[in-house]
Design a protein around this ligand. Structure first.
Ligand code: FES
Ligand code: ZN
Ligand code: ZN
Length: 296
């Protein structure tokens, strides 16, 4: 296998593009995919102040590296979920990354600032840790982006994440979620603009990018992942992708063009009586989770 660009020995094969690349040209290829997505969806400009939610895993660190190299003004937020060694190790990786590039990072400790951790929330609510984790991340990252006055919140969801989420939303005809599954979610009352520049890059490609760029990331999976439904969908999608390279991109790309599950599906939003953020009920899901999980 030879690099499509320089014909030297290839380091990575990208089957869905029917191509292979050497180290440098693979890094260029991924960077160009991200750049193209930013421009095509009019995500942000070099004048905007961005904040990225970083977990210490390959996706968010690879994306932050790309944005930094492309000259975007991007700071980071890490949410410490209190999941033992996993959380501390993830933070170690991020701190090293930030120091090497002289970037700005804000750490939010869920336990210290909100009075509960994800293991505690899972125990008290008897629900899957991932639902408490996803809910807390969405709420707190939005909160941080609003407080910091950033123009957009950048998320590291890759092609496989978005493909699996779409698959799950379609299988369950979750119309409300389909309406909100967008590459760019514009800002609205109490919600900051949210963008996903990594949607054209597959998971194994972000991993390859991180390894070839010398980025050390948390390779261990979250110890609370059992029962994560998106992961199960990812396994199904990867079987399809294996038999039919490019199917995930066509599935997601087509949806992005035709997504018309729009406004009329959106419920009327009220203000949470505890925190003031938008909600469909009287108290938002995060405030309810926090109230239940902080009881000892
Ligand atoms: Fe779901 Fe960690 S809590 S993967
Ligand atoms: Zn090459
Ligand atoms: Zn609330």
């Amino acid at each position: 296998m030879h690099c499509r660009v320089c014909k030297s020995r290839a380091a990575v094969e990208v089957r869905r593009h029917n191509a292979a690349f050497c180290r440098d040209h693979f890094i260029d290829h991924v960077t160009r995919q991200v750049e193209r997505t930013i421009h095509e969806f009019d995500m942000f400009t070099h004048d905007d102040r961005l904040v990225i939610g970083v977990s210490g895993g390959k996706d968010s660190l690879a994306l932050w590296d790309i944005l930094h190299r492309l000259g975007y003004r991007c700071e980071g937020v890490y949410l410490d979920l209190g999941i033992d060694v996993y959380s501390t190790e993830s933070l170690d990786h991020i701190e090293r990354f930030v120091k090497e590039r002289d970037l700005i990072l804000r750490v939010v400790d869920l336990g210290e600032e909100y009075g509960f951790t994800i293991p505690k929330a899972a125990e008290t609510t008897r629900r899957s840790p991932c639902s408490a984790c996803g809910l807390s991340k969405r709420y707190i990252l939005n909160e941080q982006a609003l407080k910091g006055g950033y123009d957009a919140l950048v998320m590291g969801h890759n092609l496989d994440d978005e493909g699996a989420t779409l698959f799950s939303n379609v299988l369950n005809w979750n119309v409300e979620y389909l309406a909100r599954q967008k590459v760019v979610l514009p800002s609205s009352d109490g919600l900051v603009k949210k963008v996903k520049p990594l949607v054209r890059v597959a998971e194994r490609e972000t991993a390859a990018y991180a390894v070839l760029s010398g980025i050390e990331y948390e390779v261990e999976e979250c110890p609370m992942v059992a029962g994560n439904t998106v992961n199960r969908m990812k396994e199904w999608m990867s079987l399809l992708e294996h038999r039919s390279p490019g199917v995930t991109q066509r599935f997601l790309g087509g949806f992005q063009k035709v997504n018309s599950f729009d406004e009329e599906e959106r419920p009327t939003l009220l203000s949470c009586e505890s925190c003031g953020r938008p909600t469909t009920g009287t108290t938002c899901a995060f405030c309810r989770l926090r109230a239940r999980s902080s009881q000892s």
